[in-house]
Every structure is written in structure tokens, then in C-alpha cells.
Design a protein around this ligand. Structure first.
Ligand code: SF4
Ligand code: FES
Length: 247
């Protein structure tokens, strides 16, 4: 396939940035989207130009590092996949593809297509964990029975990889889907109930302080989430928050 790429280039956080056009030829439909960008970067390096900076790590849909807005959609036109799992067969010969960073006030651009998602780490540090005594007397996990239905829903919430597609997609740059997944994965399990009150209050406070917007129930986040995190998690987090506020 021969393609035209329109890519956001921005030297650093202070640079204004702009879309730059590139032509790329002989791209196999079996390549991943990131492999296609690797080909472009090889060509740029050979010409002595600055390669396009983009985030990636596992390239298996696990780590949540890849983060491109492709033709106006977080992680591109496919459903239930991350950018690293997107294949060039989703595009046609002669296509023009727009490639931008995940944009949100709380995710400032570092360079080109790389944004700073430290805000998610800060929310996690505010309560996205359980405190466990690891002195050698740790209770066997199977000693506390968990109903299958609860275990399944907790697992589904725990599949959130923290990519930030929900924030980039939301017109309000809300982080509610991400935070609610992190709250839900513990709220549904007995092990998470001990610190449930502080967890939800602290994580929501941190989310608000970091400049994420409010949820207005549009549901775009759920559609674009590569892991299918359900909006029911936001409803559960709101219930948890209400309960915690009265304690
Ligand atoms: S909820 Fe989905 S879109 Fe949002 S960070 Fe988690 S995996 Fe990514
Ligand atoms: S590079 Fe790890 S999820 Fe895409």
C-alpha cells in the first residue's frame, strides 16, 4: 500500500507543534501500525531527519504504553485493540491517515506523539492498591471465598491497562472510566473492602486535582476502550463515593 501520513510533530512541551505530511510506500497489510511507523522512522533516520517519537513497549496489547489518536479515534478504527495490535489491513491503498497524540490538559505533550500520563500514576498512588502484610504470615488467597460473579466482574475491571484512550476520547477529558475500573477491581472483592472508604475518596480527589473533566454520561470512553471496560464501573464508583462521603 502507498499512503499519505499527516503526523503531529512537536519538538518539546513548549513548541506550538503542527501536522506534517509524509509519503510512505510498499506497506504490507500484514504490518502492525507501529511497524509501519518503524518503516517511516528508518527512512527519516537514513535521510538525517528527526524520527517521529511515539510511545510503545510490549506491542502485545498488555502494557498500555501505545497511545495514538488515528483518524480521530483513540487506538484507531478497529475495536477492542490497542494501537500496537492495529493492522494496516484496516486501511486502503492511497489512504490519508491522520496521526495525533492523546490530547488532554492532564496529559501534556512531551514530544511529537508522546504524552505525559504521570497523572494516572498519581491517581493509582492515591489509593489503587491494598495494604498487605508480607511478613511471612500472609493469608492464603483461597481462604476467603469469593462468589464467581463478583470475581469475574473484578477481573473484568482489572483488565484496564491504563492507556488513557478513555480520557483522550472524552469531550470533557474525564478519567472516570479509568478510575472507576481501579476502584471496582477492589470494591468487588473482600480484600478491597478494608480500605474502600479512603480509596474512593482519595482517588477521586486526586483525579479532580489533576485537571481531568467531569463525566457527562456520553459513553464514548466505553466504545473506544481497548479492553471493553464497562460504564457500569462508573455507576459502581459513584455508589462507593456516595457511601464513603457519609461515613
Ligand atoms: S478504561 Fe480502557 S481506555 Fe481507559 S485507561 Fe483503562 S483500558 Fe485504557
Ligand atoms: S505497546 Fe503495550 S499495549 Fe501497545
Amino acid at each position: 500500500m502507498n499512503l499519505t501520513l499527516k503526523i503531529w510533530r512537536q519538538k518539546n512541551a513548549k513548541d506550538k507543534g503542527q501536522m506534517v505530511d509524509y509519503k510512505i510506500n510498499n506497506i504490507s497489510p500484514d504490518m502492525s501500525f507501529l511497524e509501519m511507523l518503524d518503516v517511516l522512522n528508518n527512512e527519516l533516520v537514513e535521510k538525517g531527519d528527526d524520527p517521529v517519537a511515539f510511545d510503545h513497549d510490549c506491542r502485545e496489547g498488555i502494557c498500555g504504553m501505545c497511545s495514538l489518536f488515528i483518524n480521530g479515534e483513540a487506538h484507531g478504527p478497529d475495536r477492542g485493540v490497542t494501537t500496537c495490535q492495529l493492522h494496516m489491513r484496516m486501511f486502503k491503498d492511497g489512504d490519508t491517515i491522520y496521526i495525533e497524540p492523546f490530547r488532554a490538559k492532564a496529559f501534556p505533550v512531551i514530544k511529537d506523539l508522546v504524552v505525559d500520563r504521570t497523572a494516572f500514576d498519581k491517581i493509582q498512588h492515591a489509593g489503587g492498591f491494598i495494604s498487605v502484610n508480607t511478613s511471612g504470615n500472609t493469608q492464603d488467597a483461597n481462604a476467603i471465598p469469593v462468589p464467581k460473579h463478583d470475581a469475574d466482574r473484578a477481573f473484568d475491571a482489572a483488565t484496564c491497562i491504563g492507556c488513557g484512550a478513555c480520557v483522550a476520547t472524552c469531550k470533557n477529558s474525564s478519567a472516570m472510566l479509568f478510575v472507576s475500573a481501579k476502584v471496582s477491581q477492589f470494591a468487588l472483592l473482600p480484600q478491597g473492602k478494608v480500605e474502600a472508604t479512603e480509596r474512593v475518596l482519595n482517588m477521586v480527589e486526586e483525579m479532580d486535582n489533576l485537571g481531568f473533566g467531569n463525566c457527562t454520561n456520553t459513553g464514548a470512553c466505553e466504545v473506544e476502550c481497548p479492553k471493553g471496560i464497562s460504564l457500569e464501573n462508573i455507576a459502581r464508583m459513584n455508589r462507593e463515593y456516595l457511601k464513603a462521603s457519609f461515613r
